[in-house]
Design a protein around this ligand. Structure first.
Ligand SMILES: [Zn+2]
Length: 500
């Protein structure tokens, strides 16, 4: 049994990951090799066995699996299937070969041989030890069979879950029209990875899910829009075009518009949802969790020394609460990278002076290398100042000082502060963090002459939303143009149900 274990480990871990990927990338990136490989693969005079053998000889491959991979990568799934069927009948298919075959099942759903797939899955799962790397391929394989749901329990057993596996299971659920499972898995995807790939959204939207917006269809559409909103996901224009078709066939009028700073949709006059600040109870829960899991945990302040963290905590204890915390380095660069240093500092000072005139108590968090520049503008006259070590990450310092200052404190930065959200595993806490960030982050600035002025946070919630009973649907989407990651897209879809 020990021999089997060793052979399996050797076969699985060494072959596909090293030899295959090396050979495949050489073939794909080397014009001469690629030409030769394609010539063999497209030769109608020779059968699948000779094609694989020729590939091995010409490319100096030691076994079949890299040849399969090259064939798959060049769209020749039928060839591999034909070869595999013959080999399976006459000799042993190796573990590495079976895994390669299973790996490509999601890409070639209509071409792979179902009997081979289930045979290979059973053989791999029948082994005494199956590492995660092999389970990934088994899940890929399962996602192309009627037994795709078995893949969900395998996925939940993985030590290192793979996004790719979960995505393939979601596609399988869509293809099986099991939309309840689909949305459950999409939620799981968002909790683990905070995003949904565009090809998943496209597959879902063009499926039967929203074909008829009856009671179930409406329920799923609400779930879909809520997922986009909660995770600040902005689908591509392609996705919205497909959704538009579904909505129009269900009696909606669809328009597109550019978002401006006002409270109503310019097309249908629906009032946009307003950002809701955290209640005291929600804020207290968030603060407790952030302090416990994010700031005091192992991975926060990780680039700071314990002395620096202690020093900062004493500093805050003595001086908090603040009205505004400024991310000094981030605001400095709002003026532009090429702008003269002294001008950048003067503009930063103008923002601090504006806040001081509004009677705001300000804490400026900068880096030690900014000391001279800040001294030159005499910044300490207008605000409190703390300089963190040049190597330290400054986000935790800002989040800590803001939370210690209470729910009314603002943080002035164009940074996303998003990494810290991922340390909060509870979806409700994640939502609190997003709402806190949206309502307490100053990220919109206007540069006028020698000044930087801040704009208050936009009141409207710039995420996908629907009105009661789905009378109207509004979705911000990517129009393909580059935009700062901090700002949601300006392009929106408006869908309004026509009432007679
Ligand atoms: Zn509208």
């Amino acid at each position: 049994m020990f021999k089997v274990f060793l052979a399996l480990r050797k076969g699985i871990s060494v072959l596909p990951e090293c030899a295959n990927s090396l050979h495949t990338s050489i073939v794909q990136n080397n014009y001469r090799f690629k030409e030769k490989a394609l010539q063999i693969l497209n030769d109608s005079q020779i059968d699948s066995t000779r094609k694989i053998e020729s590939l091995k000889t010409v490319l100096n491959l030691k076994n079949d699996s890299p040849a399969f991979k090259i064939a798959f990568e060049n769209g020749k799934a039928e060839l591999v299937t034909e070869f595999m069927k013959k080999k399976n009948e006459t000799s042993n298919v190796s573990d590495a070969e079976m895994l390669i075959y299973l790996r490509y099942v999601p890409k070639y759903l209509d071409v792979v041989d179902q009997k081979l797939v289930t045979t290979f899955i059973d053989r791999i799962l029948g082994m005494e030890f199956v590492p995660d790397s092999a389970l990934y391929d088994v899940i890929h394989g399962l996602s192309g069979t009627k037994e795709w749901q078995k893949g969900i329990s395998l996925y939940n057993q993985l030590k290192n879950p793979s996004k790719n596996c979960l995505e393939n299971l979601i596609i399988a659920s869509v293809n099986s029209w099991d939309f309840d499972t689909c949305f459950r898995l999409l939620k799981q995807l968002c909790i683990s990875y905070s995003t949904i790939s565009d090809h998943i959204l496209e597959t879902l939207v063009e499926s039967k899910v929203f074909e008829t917006l009856n009671k179930t269809g409406k329920y799923h559409l609400k779930l879909f829009i809520s997922l986009l909103a909660e995770n600040e996901i902005y689908p591509s224009n392609n996705v919205t075009k497909k959704l538009e078709r579904q909505l129009v066939s269900n009696g909606y009028t669809v328009n597109r518009f550019l978002f401006k700073r006002h409270g109503k949709c310019p097309k249908c006059s629906t009032q946009f949802q307003v950002q809701t600040p955290l209640t005291f109870r929600e804020y207290s829960r968030l603060k407790g969790a952030v302090m416990k899991n994010v700031l005091v945990g192992n991975d926060v302040f990780q680039r700071s020394t314990p002395e620096e963290v202690e020093d900062f905590k004493i500093f805050i204890k003595d001086r908090a609460p603040f009205d505004v915390i400024i991310d000094g380095l981030n605001v400095l660069y709002i003026s532009g990278i090429r702008v003269d240093q002294s001008i950048k500092y003067r503009k930063l000072l103008s923002l601090i002076q504006q806040l001081k005139e509004e009677n705001k108590k300000v804490l400026l968090i900068g880096r030690k290398h900014m000391e001279n520049g800040l001294r030159n503008i005499n910044v300490s006259k207008y605000c409190h100042l703390y300089l963190v070590n040049n190597d330290s990450e400054d986000d935790p310092f800002m989040i800590y000082s803001s939370l210690m200052s209470g729910p009314d404190c603002y943080v002035a930065t164009r940074d996303f502060l998003r990494n810290h959200m991922f340390n909060l595993k509870d979806p409700e806490l994640k939502e609190f963090f997003v709402r806190w960030r949206k309502t307490r982050q100053l990220k919109n600035f206007v540069i006028e002459n020698d000044k930087i002025c801040y704009l208050p946070p936009v009141k409207e919630d710039r995420v996908a939303q629907f009105s009661e009973n789905l009378e109207s649907v509004h979705i911000p989407y990517e129009d393909g143009k580059a935009r700062p990651i901090i700002d949601p897209p300006k392009t929106w879809l408006c869908a309004k149900r026509i009432t007679s």
